[in-house]
Design a protein around this ligand. Structure first.
Ligand code: TMP
Length: 234
């Protein structure tokens, strides 16, 4: 496997080509942003931690029937993945109210939800990733109806699997964001799953073990990420 040119650099990761046109390398950085990059910083070792956590979670989901872009972990900060065309949507599931849902609807953080909620945001930095619904997705041809059926079905299965997985680690999966990609005519799970893209609260205490520690300046950010890595890879 030969690492070649940089194809894309995002806020938290860099994508490199390889000598195989179907595969790319995802490199995890320590850079952290929040509120659409209005807040910027570094979380020491985050790249190493998120690569380890995401690798483990992709393996777990893959072994439970969820197709993902994960091929293998190459090094501390590098993951070999299938080269997908990203569907320009952030798919957000919530099991407990937090973050932007509380702001949107005036809810108290931590309020229980009777069933998971399901949101789409259009990946467009210049517009601050606005929330849209499925009619917008189809009208603007961001994804086909058949693709949306797969995305919704996979997302609900992923929520059930991840909730169970984290519960065994004494962690409550509050909410998370997924991205999907097109690969050889199919839809597969892409991007990453990590404390950057999930809210994770310790069961019993509701101690936050995710990027909200950075967003809200709660301190002990690195320690929280390390704690999740130890639990997940344990
Ligand atoms: P939100 O409450 O800010 O909408 O975030 C919901 C979940 O999605 C939370 O676990 C963080 C994650 N998320 C991302 O991974 N990337 C993003 O750009 C945003 C806005 C949220």
């Amino acid at each position: 496997m030969e690492k070649r040119e940089k194809l894309y650099e995002g806020k938290a990761k860099i994508i490199y080509a390889t000598d195989n046109p179907d595969l790319v390398i995802q490199y995890f950085k320590d850079d952290a942003t929040a509120f659409n990059a209005k807040k910027k910083g570094t979380i020491q070792q985050k790249g190493i931690v998120n690569n380890a956590i995401a690798s483990k979670l992709f393996e777990y989901l893959g072994s439970h029937g969820i197709p993902t872009h994960f091929v293998k972990k190459l090094s501390e900060r590098e993951m070999l993945v299938k080269k997908v065309e990203i569907v320009p949507l952030e798919v957000i599931v919530r099991n407990v109210a937090a973050g932007s849902l509380c702001r949107l609807l005036g809810l108290e953080e931590g309020r229980a939800l009777l069933q998971p909620t399901f949101e789409f945001c259009y990946k467009a930095d210049a517009l601050n990733d606005p929330m849209i619904n499925e009619s917008h997705v189809l009208a603007l041809d961001l994804a086909k109806e058949k693709e949306m059926l797969k995305i919704k079905d996979m997302t609900m299965k992923i929520n059930d699997l991840l909730k169970k997985f984290f519960a065994t680690l004494n962690v409550n999966l509050i909410d998370f964001k997924l991205e999907f990609g097109r690969y050889k005519g199919d839809i597969i799970l892409a991007d990453e799953i990590s404390p950057d893209t999930c809210r994770l609260w310790e069961i019993g205490t509701n101690r936050k073990l995710d990027k909200d520690r950075f967003r809200q300046d709660l301190g002990n950010i690195e320690e929280a990420y390390q704690e999740i890595m130890a639990k997940v890879t344990g």
